[in-house]
Design a protein around this ligand. Structure first.
Ligand code: NOJ
Ligand code: CA
Length: 678
């Protein structure tokens, strides 16, 4: 429950003040470190942000341009403001942390045009200790009813030239966020995706993103070139170029500016959750984080096909084999891809229409679902759409009702397409509306979602906790077929500080056959696509890259009898506490997480192509209790390129006073289970 705090509610009425004489309005975070200033200058509305008394954002413009109406930008005046304080705590049904404290100060600024159409709007700012959020609200009014937004004019005008870790937003065929990250000064950015993580020259960290994206396009950030330090909101379009279609009353998503003193302080990122409405699912007992295996990697290795034929992966027999494996090893789910009609044209221009109910003749879905149930495992249905939104929406209700009748509680969906629904941006308002519809429909049928090629995560899981996880970055699949040889060793150390600040990622860790002998019958050569990590790093990814649905991605035969598989069986997927112990973007990260249901901790450490020895204090453990650390480490001589399979398992007693030395090989990692000593 959120409640207005009686400590501070104040109303300012400024309507009588002449434009030039208006005083700037101020808002500070509860700890006083983050400050927002709002003011009108020459008829334009600007906000600025300071941290610790230093400029983070210079006065930055707010407003809109419309199609068929004058811009909401000029001859503005602040006509009123209210301030309030809030402090509440909510419990998440699942997450990186169990409890989230939402403590913030709010400033609601009323603005009106002083001439012309005399339109009115409000901007709501919230200042938290971990950042700032603000959103536009357009009330119903005679001169602003139906509207088409052509541009949102929101700017982020930086006081210095921070280093940004970025992926581009506007590259054809790379538009699905599946890119490698680059680092460079903000002044060189063209158009980039959020979350956009930056380090200022004074060493602080800033992340620009958005929250509560409901009926609006996804926002990218565009630089101005010419050494400018200004980024502007750039909205993904409808097919005809319009960005937003709406009718007042209307509100935009929150623009978020997360701040932290250290890179390790950026995660877990909770600002976006605090800016989403509370859960709409009254009884979330059917929503259960779980680990899963699936008929998947074989297709990416070209051992199997999605479509029917001699190599078809989704056969009844094969699915039962996976179900048996899952049941024996304690996995909750089995994903089966390529079970339904329509895969003939996948990845080609000759698309077939996917059928989300009828299966290929060699796959008996009701029988497989019943078999899974008898073994205490759940099937995860797969719905690849290739962006055929109308086709999917037509079948949505019937398909979900059918899955529910079979005891299926989760769906992995896919949107492999550059544009969706006949030419709209993959990320535009059309697609955002579709994804919301899917989330809400799924909730009605008790279905959890894992979305690939998604719209980025803006904290929807607070309101709809069936929205579990997504892809939305280069995942493990690139190590099967990526033209440049797969993901480089630094990749996951980038993901942690960028993509994962938006929300969970279905990266699909856990490949043990790192040289992909399963596909070729021989180890792949260094220049071919293969997994550019050590084996211990694959284990550490279960702790580092958070996902409430977490896959063990390799073929079952590569796990059978493998001593390191024990870690994947043991590791948790739902956390009470998360502590990022250390990290540097693109270099390394060390994360400790406590499970929700037991007194078990897990620690994951990963590095880029450099070997390193890190130390970790276990002072997060309760004092005076004795534990055992089960350590899965890179063996001496391990190396992502020359000796990735070398690992060592050991045990040692530990307690809160222990310092562990973590020796990470080049491209390596370490995974540790810390369990109470008996
Ligand atoms: C891309 C997804 O990321 C991958 O996991 C899936 O196997 C294929 N699309 C087919 O849907
Ligand atoms: Ca993908």
């Amino acid at each position: 429950m959120r409640f207005p705090c009686s400590r501070m509610v104040l109303t300012l009425v400024l309507c009588a003040a002449p434009l030039a004489a208006q005083q700037p309005l101020q808002l500070a975070s509860p700890d006083g470190r983050n400050r927002v200033t709002v003011q009108v200058r020459d008829g334009g509305l600007f906000y600025a942000v300071q941290r610790d008394g230093r400029v983070l954002l210079l006065p930055s413009r707010l407003g809109f341009e419309f199609r068929g109406a004058p811009p909401l930008r000029d001859s503005l005046a602040i006509t009123g403001a209210t301030a309030a304080a809030f402090d509440s705590t909510f419990t998440q049904p699942w997450g990186e942390v169990a409890r989230v404290r939402d403590q913030h100060h709010e400033l609601r600024v009323a603005v009106a045009e002083q001439g012309g159409l005399r339109r009115r709007f409000e901007v709501v700012f919230r200042a938290f200790d971990d950042g700032i959020g603000f959103r536009y609200e357009l009330p119903a009014q005679p001169n602003l009813g139906d509207f088409e937004i052509q541009e949102e004019l929101t700017e982020f005008s930086f006081g210095d030239n921070p280093t940004a870790w970025w992926i581009a937003s506007d590259r054809p065929r790379l538009d699905r966020s599946e890119q490698l990250y680059s680092a460079g000064p903000l002044s060189t950015l063209d158009s980039v995706q959020t979350p956009l993580t930056m380090r200022t020259t004074t060493g602080g960290y800033v992340v620009l993103h958005e929250a509560d994206l409901v009926d609006y396009p996804r926002t990218f950030l565009a630089g101005r070139g010419m050494e400018s330090r200004v980024l502007r909101a750039a909205l993904a379009p409808w097919a005809d170029g319009v960005k937003v279609r709406g009718r007042t009353p209307f509100q935009s998503p929150w623009r978020t500016i997360q701040v932290a003193d250290r890179a390790a302080g950026l995660a877990p990122a909770l600002l976006g959750l605090k800016l989403n409405p509370p859960s709409r699912i009254a009884n979330p007992s059917w929503i259960r984080p779980m680990k899963y295996v699936g008929i998947w990697w074989g297709m990416h290795l070209n051992l199997n096909t999605w479509k029917a034929g001699p190599q078809h992966g989704a056969t009844t027999e094969n699915a039962k084999r996976y179900i048996d494996f899952a049941a024996r090893n304690g996995f909750g789910g089995v994903l089966v891809e390529g079970w339904n009609l329509g895969w003939g044209g996948y990845l080609s221009d000759q698309l077939e229409q996917f059928d989300f109910i009828r299966s290929y003749p060699d796959y008996d879905l009701p029988a497989v679902a019943a078999y899974a149930k008898s073994k205490g495992v759940e099937l995860i249905a797969h719905n690849e759409t290739q962006g055929q939104i109308a086709n999917y929406e037509q079948q949505l209700e019937a398909a979900y009702r059918y899955y529910q009748s079979l005891g299926i509680h989760s769906i992995k969906s896919g949107y492999v397409a550059d544009t969706v629904g006949g030419g709209h941006s993959h990320y535009g308002q059309f697609a955002v509306r579709h994804h919301r519809k899917v989330i809400e429909t799924a909730a009605r049928y008790d279905i959890m979602l894992d979305v690939h090629e998604p719209i980025h995560d803006t904290g929807e899981r607070r309101t709809w906790p069936n929205m579990m996880t997504r892809e939305g970055a280069r995942g493990q699949e690139y190590n099967a077929w990526g033209a440049e040889g797969g993901n480089p060793p630094e990749h996951e150390t980038m993901l942690f500080f960028t993509r994962l600040l938006g929300g969970p990622m279905d990266f699909t860790p856990g490949i043990f056959d790192l040289l992909i002998q399963s596909a070729n019958g021989r180890p792949r050569a260094p220049e071919e696509a293969r997994v550019r990590t050590t084996l211990a790093k694959q284990l550490a990814l279960y702790v580092v890259l958070y996902s409430p649905l977490q896959m063990a991605a390799d073929l079952p035969q590569n796990y059978e009898g493998h001593p390191a598989f024990r870690f994947i069986r043991d590791v948790a997927v739902d956390w009470d506490t998360t502590a990022v112990l250390d990290g540097r973007i693109g270099d390394y990260v060390v994360v400790a997480r406590k499970t929700r249901d037991r007194d078990d901790w897990f620690l994951g450490a990963i590095t880029d192509e450099e070997g390193r020895t890190l130390t970790a204090s276990l002072d997060f453990l309760p004092a005076g209790r004795r534990y055992v650390a089960e350590i899965y480490a890179d063996a001496p001589g391990a190396h992502w390129l020359s000796a990735p399979l070398e690992y060592a398992i050991s045990e040692r007693p530990v307690d809160a006073t222990t310092w562990l030395e973590l020796k990470l090989a080049p491209g390596g990692g370490q995974a540790i289970r810390i369990r109470p000593a008996n």
